[in-house]
Design a protein around this ligand. Structure first.
Ligand SMILES: Nc1nc2c(c(=O)[nH]1)N[C@H]1C(S)=C(S)[C@@H](COP(=O)(O)O)O[C@H]1N2
Ligand SMILES: [Mo]
Length: 321
């Protein structure tokens, strides 16, 4: 295999400071989210139009207590990290048409009472889909606020049944070089150990904020955002939120996490958003919300401290990064 001097997952520093992408060319929708928790989101009025099929969701559970401006659809679907396509954030939108989100099945297996495989259409039709607005923050100091449509991962895990050995959950992206060009392994990033894998501890996986999403802005996920099914863990850096998942494996031991394996001193297993712990190449104190010009302060656990801090109360967050 071709070994490059610069590690292949290398994120150029300019991506942490790229100003152009953040200049909004249109007025941002100002949705009064706080206090409107019971109103259905008027998805058709989001700025930018998703061409994807609408999803029937049974309830809109806009996350309470947040005062966040929703990111323009065109920004959220045009500035993506999806290394199976490219290292450049503007490329997945252009290249992701090779991903075929149907037919698609997801296998739930490992340390569970009963393994099973589920078809994506069963997921679309039989899980109680909700629309929830979560802030999503990348380790490279950019963020976006997206109305994700999905269901709690805990539904799937409970369906499989946990055992005393169910300590972690490992997620695997589909491996199919005909859909994902960078998986061919002959290219510049040929030494990322595809398929991409990520993991969570079981309490994190069972947490109600952890969503399996099938859509955003009321429609199915665009390919570049991880169709047909991806994880969203809003209090962690974006790389934990694996896209285009085909396998969910419950394990007894801490599973492999692709970024952690590629560079243990830059990315830890936990990857909780923490402004006090800088990335070796940039600060994590501030972030730039896509579509906005000024940087904003980053909050511990991405603002979800009240909900998640108790899971880490006995851990040194500077050690377990
Ligand atoms: N399969 C897969 N999942 C992935 C990635 C990837 O390269 N491949 N990138 C991760 C990273 S680094 C980020 S920041 C988010 C980006 O999600 P978005 O494009 O929807 O903003 O997806 C995560 N999930
Ligand atoms: Mo990321």
């Amino acid at each position: 295999m071709h070994i490059l001097k610069k590690p292949t997952w290398f994120i150029p520093d300019r991506d942490a400071t790229d100003e152009n992408i953040y200049r909004s060319r249109r007025d941002l929708m100002k949705l009064g989210i706080a206090g409107a928790a019971t109103l259905a989101l008027p998805t058709q009025s989001f700025s930018g139009t998703s061409p994807y099929k609408p999803l029937k969701h049974t309830k809109s559970d806009i996350y309470k207590g947040q005062d966040l401006d929703i990111t323009d659809y065109d920004n959220a679907s045009a500035y993506n990290n999806f290394y199976e396509f490219s290292l450049e954030k503007k490329d997945p939108k252009k290249l992701a048409h090779t991903l075929k989100p149907e037919p698609w099945t997801i296998e739930i297996t490992g340390e569970v009472q009963k393994s099973f495989t589920i078809d994506i259409n069963t997921v679309f039709n039989s899980f109680p889909l909700e629309e929830r607005v979560y802030k999503f923050r990348c380790v490279e100091a950019w963020s976006m606020v997206v109305p994700w449509v999905g269901f709690e991962l805990s539904y799937l895990l409970k369906k499989a049944g946990l055992t005393s050995k169910s300590k972690y959950v490992s997620f695997v992206t589909k491996h199919d070089p005909s859909m994902f060009p960078e998986q061919k392994g002959s290219s510049l990033f040929g030494n990322i150990p595809f398929p991409y894998r990520e993991g969570l501890r079981i309490d994190e996986a069972m947490h109600p904020l952890t969503l399996m999403t099938v859509g955003m802005y009321g429609k199915r996920l665009p390919n570049q955002n991880g169709a047909p099914l991806r994880l969203i863990v809003p209090w962690k850096y974006g790389f934990k939120s694996l896209k285009s998942i085909v396998k969910i494996e419950v394990t007894e031991h801490e599973p492999i996490s692709t970024w952690h394996r590629m560079n243990a001193n830059e990315y830890g297993f936990y990857a909780n958003v923490n402004p006090k712990v800088s990335h070796p190449r940039w600060s994590q104190k501030k972030e730039r919300v896509l579509g906005k010009f000024f940087k904003e302060e980053t909050f511990i656990f991405n603002g979800y401290k009240k909900e998640v801090a108790s899971m880490y109360k006995d851990m040194d967050l500077k050690k377990f990064i």
